[in-house]
Design a protein around this ligand. Structure first.
Ligand code: URA
Length: 434
């Protein structure tokens, strides 16, 4: 078999066989396929697409390219949750304690920020002392003793995705349904949970910019999960606006603490309850989504979800006093207010640009080796649909490095559109795929 022939076949829009796909994945991990041939094939897949069978074969070959996690020591149905990535998307930090406080164990492996989107690990690590580098044994023990843990990827999980993702990132081949679906689902399958809830983001801050492509991605991933024997459900949720008010690591942790204490922004609480409800049904803890939503809202109202968040943070070495008194988090030394230049309504937010502004302030990485400023980011005081007066504060930009402010301010300002008429309201949950 030759890579040349495989590239040519896909270039011409023909279906690859299972053997050809496995040859590509195993050759890549073994270091036998040069980057130029791998990227030529990825571009051909990007342009020509893949059939459902090809995408499933690619996913399973990627899953099996490294270790898989065994969670069988944890009793009960384990449900994983994954977001395709957004701006201000701190739902995992809130939803996992909600669900765990209701008796459903969650063993979650999370990632770091990617491009303009934030990562759960970076957010968690803004809590002084907290580690996300638990080895397998401590990871499982933490879930057994405390009901949940959120850690970084341990061991050699899906090495094929590490190689393929790095190539896609620099060759304009990220936003392809088969490539995103195989990347996400190979990691979810390898992470060992019994059932999977996917949060597929759509809008100006997401990889998928329109509802039809987001639904296609959700359907593809659900089909892969089901085909692999893992019940999988996807919610397609709105990323045409940042979620909540906070963007940036410690700012988002503070917002999660407030939300679990019943004082969070409405959009964030609504989405967290919807996601938690799905997980509770998948785990068999609730029979309907309505019952799941009532349980989830109850866990927020009676403080048990916040208590579970504190328990998990403490078990992972974090200073829980910061969550009980969020003024203990270090604040960025520069806080710049962005004022509205006219009166009207916030009609459109270029959410990717807002994510980039937050990275420019120091909340994310422009290069892999960059250090994150945990207190940098944006507090959005006006979101899509809000009325605003000329001179009113739209947002606060936080950074500890004043030289970062000018670029971030220019990026942020160009992302906010104010007009005379309010935009039509949009729901938070746009579709459900099962
Ligand atoms: N997240 C992933 O893990 N992979 C993708 O391809 C896109 C988002």
């Amino acid at each position: 078999m030759r890579m040349y022939d495989i590239i040519e076949k896909k270039r011409d829009g023909r279906e690859l066989t299972d053997e050809e796909i496995s040859f590509f994945v195993s050759g890549l991990v073994a270091g036998e396929i040069p980057d130029y041939q791998a990227t030529a094939l990825l571009m051909a897949i990007y342009l020509r697409g893949m059939s459902d069978r090809e995408t499933t074969t690619l996913t399973l070959a990627m899953e099996r390219s490294g270790d898989v996690v065994d969670l069988s020591a944890i009793p009960g149905i384990k449900v994983d949750k994954h977001s395709t990535g957004g701006v201000g998307d701190k739902t995992s930090l809130a939803v996992i304690p909600i669900v765990a406080s209701l008796g459903v164990p969650v063993a979650k492996m999370s990632g770091r920020g990617l491009g303009h989107t934030g990562g759960t690990l970076d957010k968690l690590e803004s809590i002084p002392g907290l580690t996300t580098a638990l080895d397998r044994e401590r990871f499982v023990r933490t879930v057994l003793e405390h009901g949940c843990a959120i850690v970084g990827q341990t061991g050699n999980l899906v090495p094929a995705d590490k190689i393929i993702y790095a190539l896609r990132d620099v060759t304009a081949t990220v936003s392809s349904v088969p490539l995103i679906a195989s990347s996400i689902m190979s990691k979810k399958l390898a992470a060992g949970s019994d059932k999977i809830l996917l949060d597929v983001k759509v809008g100006s801050g997401a990889f998928m910019q329109d509802l039809d492509s987001a639904i296609e991605l959700a359907q593809t991933m659900v089909a892969i999960g089901e085909g692999a024997g893992r019940t999988t459900v996807a919610l397609v949720t709105n990323m045409d606006r940042p979620l909540g008010h906070a963007i940036g690591n410690s700012l988002e942790v503070i917002e999660v603490a407030n939300t679990l204490c019943g004082n969070g922004p409405e959009d964030l609480e609504h989405e967290c309850v919807a996601l938690a409800a799905e997980m509770l049904v998948l785990a068999g803890r609730a029979t309907t989504r309505e019952e799941g939503a009532t349980l989830a809202a109850g866990a927020i109202a009676d403080g048990s979800a916040f208590a579970k968040l504190c328990e998990m943070i403490e078990a992972q070495g974090g200073d829980v006093s910061c969550l009980r008194d969020t003024s203990r988090f270090r604040r960025a030394s520069v806080e710049h207010a962005v004022l509205a230049d006219r009166s009207g309504y916030v009609t459109r937010l270029d959410t990717t640009a807002i994510g980039i502004a937050s990275v420019e302030l120091g909340a994310g990485r422009e290069r892999l080796e960059d250090e994150i400023d945990p207190s940098a980011g944006i507090t959005l005081l006006k979101n899509r649909g809000d009325a605003v007066e000329e001179g009113e504060v739209v947002a606060l930009l936080h950074t500890s490095d004043e030289s970062r402010l000018a670029d971030a301010l220019a990026t942020f300002t160009s992302a906010v559109h104010i007009a005379a008429e309010p935009p039509a309201p949009e729901p938070i949950v746009l579709a459900r795929v099962d």
